[in-house]
Design a protein around this ligand. Structure first.
Ligand SMILES: [Zn+2]
Length: 76
């Protein structure tokens, strides 16, 4: 199974993990509720998982301007 990590803000690909079986623990999602997980993880048609995360760049932008946190998308 391929797990693809994509920034939810700028859509850039952060990384790929290839595993036979991926648990929530592997993904670091043990702290999240089922609803939160469903929002963050998309199951692709080919069986891969796409995880919406936040990249370093967008994280820093958010730290500098917390109002951006209110928006799902913005232009750099
Ligand atoms: Zn980003």
């Amino acid at each position: 199974m391929t797990v693809q990590y994509v920034c939810r803000h700028c859509q850039s690909e952060i990384g790929n993990v290839l595993k036979e079986q991926v648990t929530d623990h592997d993904l670091g999602f043990t702290q999240l509720t089922e609803d939160e997980k469903q929002q963050m993880i998309q199951n692709e048609q080919d069986g891969a998982k796409k995880v919406q995360v936040i990249c370093e760049h967008c994280y820093e932008a958010q730290q500098r301007n917390p109002a951006l946190h209110e928006l799902d998308y913005w232009i750099h």
